[in-house]
Design a protein around this ligand. Sequence first.
Ligand code: NZQ
Ligand code: ZN
Length: 381
Amino acid sequence: MDKFTFSYPTRVYFGEGSAEQAFLAELGKVGKTVMLAYGGGSVKKNGIYDEIKTLLEQAEKNVLDFNGITPNPTYAKVQEGAELVRKHNVDFVLAVGGGSVIDCCKVISAQALLDEDIWSMEYEKGVFPVKGIPMGAVVTASGTGAEMNAGGVITHEEKKWKGGIFGIAPAFAVLNPRYTMSVPPMQVLSGAFDTLSHAMETYLGNSDSDNVSDDLALAVMRNTVVNMRRLLENINDIQARSNLMWDSAMAENGILKCGRLTDFQAHQIEHQLGAYTDCNHGQGLAVIHPAYYRHILQDAPDKFRRFAKEVFDADTAEAGVEALADFIKECGLPTRLSLLQSKVEITPEVLRQVADTCNIIKCNPRELQRDEIYDILTECL
Ligand code: NZQ
Ligand code: ZN
């Protein structure tokens, strides 16, 4: 095990009635004005907005709406939210949504208390926020695990960059699997694939052997695959959605990362692909992963063999990667970049820009050169 510090910054309330339970325990600690932040309106259609707003009013809070946070949330939206928080002296930010809403709020919360631009502060000076307006998260779509960490993934449109910005971790998170029942099937599966990706990317980072974090990551992968298959049988299986909701949190709350390095090269490629195309995160990962793994499987043969056996009951490292590719097809997730919904045509020129601008990871099985990233991407076209 490498040296590490571990703590859970977020109290998790899981299951039916968890919003009531969380608000009773948590909202007395914060002031009166609550910013209720959400996305493009799904929470209005499925009744979650009304349910949460009623609970906030019962807790005698003044509710200020902040809506329109898009998937792949933008830096401009962060600034808009921070401005609103300052203008109305907001005491607490409540994110109600998937990873995009939660990420945007984590960074709003930190930016609202800063005199300087958080992007420049973090990217140019290497300084990270230590305080923010307290916030909480009500998860309505699982997969990212954004509810249990302080990192937001934000698209800076002018800089053509999608990447992490540290904000403030939610003080609490409400995980009620019922809230995810209205998520469309493709989003449910791409979210779950994101969870699988987080566990795979963590496991494939450099680590010593017989590391308990590896065992935990493999358990999360197995459970995610089993429950995704349950959803292929019955998309309304609430037990499977419930298992996936906790897999999602487990994969990104830091516990799998204790004492080890992580890979996340596929994520870095996908994030830049997102910056150029605005594609769905889990779908982008589904396309990239098999191609990336075909390139690096000879660099970590033992790890890939173990992954093959324990997750897909396949006998060789190569068979494991092909089983992953088959599983992606079985789920109906996109297998080629041309199948992604994109705001621009995905051409070799676009892919060159993605390859030339994405972060390069150094603690994966093998550090890639930009030309090889470009090759991986063009193999996905
Ligand atoms: O905007 P609304 O109308 O709410 O619709 C959303 C959105 O269109 C919809 N949705 C959410 N809950 C719903 C629902 N539709 C019906 N019923 C519900 N209950 O789902 C769509 C996708 O939502 P989004 O929040 O974008 O999805 P996801 O949770 O997959 O988040 C993706 C974002 O998180 C980032 C990704 O890069 C991407 O920007 N990530 C964040 C991470 C983190 N903070 O730890 C780690 C990840 O690797 C990832 O990068
Ligand atoms: Zn992800």
